[in-house]
Design a protein around this ligand. Structure first.
Ligand code: HEM
Length: 129
C-alpha cells in the first residue's frame, strides 16, 4: 500500500508549492513589493521587468527542482556595477521570504531556499555598508 506521506516526500519542492503558476504569482508579488520599496525601486529604473521576472521565475523554479532551465546571466554578472549594499540585499531577501511565507511555502523548502540566498550574497552585494 502506498503511504501518503512518502508520496509527498517524493514530490519535488516545485510540485509541492504548486508548480509554475504558483512560482509566477510569488514572483509577481515579490516585484510589486520591491518596486513599492523606495530604497529598492531606484536600482531597477533601467531594468526590463518582464525579462527580469521571466528569469527570476526560471531561477526559483530550477532551485525548487522544477523542470525549468535558467536562461539569465550569472548572478555576479547581472548585479555587477549596481553598488548593492548589504541593507538592500537584506530588504530584497525579506520581501522574497515574505511572499513565500504568505504563499504557504513549507518550512523545509523555505530553509533550503534561505541557504541558497545566503550562499549567493557575495555574488550580489558589491558595497560595504
Ligand atoms: C536576494 C537574492 C537575489 C537573487 C536570487 C536575484 C536574482 C536575479 C536574477 C535571476 C536576475 C535576472 C538576471 C538576468 O536577467 O540576466 C536579477 C537581475 C537584477 N537584480 Fe537581482 N537578485 C537578488 C538580489 C538583488 C538585490 C539585493 C538587488 C538590488 C537591491 C537586485 C537588483 C537587480 C537588478 C537591478 C537586476 C536587473 C539588472 C539589469 O536589468 O541589467 N537583485 N536578479
Amino acid at each position: 500500500m502506498t503511504d501518503v506521506d512518502t508520496v509527498q516526500d517524493e514530490q519535488s519542492p516545485y510540485a509541492r508549492v504548486g508548480g509554475g503558476a504558483a512560482v509566477r504569482v510569488v514572483v509577481d508579488r515579490f516585484y510589486e513589493r520591491v518596486m513599492a520599496d523606495p530604497t529598492l525601486a531606484p536600482y531597477f529604473t533601467d531594468s526590463d521587468l518582464t525579462n527580469l521576472k521571466r528569469h527570476q521565475v526560471q531561477l526559483i523554479s530550477h532551485l525548487l527542482g522544477g523542470p525549468v532551465s535558467y536562461e539569465g546571466r550569472e548572478l555576479r554578472d547581472a548585479h555587477a556595477g549596481l553598488d548593492i549594499t548589504p541593507e538592500a540585499y537584506g530588504r530584497v531577501v525579506e520581501h522574497l521570504v515574505g511572499v513565500l511565507v504568505e504563499a504557504g511555502v513549507p518550512d523545509d523548502i523555505l530553509a533550503s531556499l534561505g541557504e541558497t540566498l545566503t550562499a549567493v550574497q557575495p555574488d550580489i552585494v558589491s558595497q560595504q555598508s
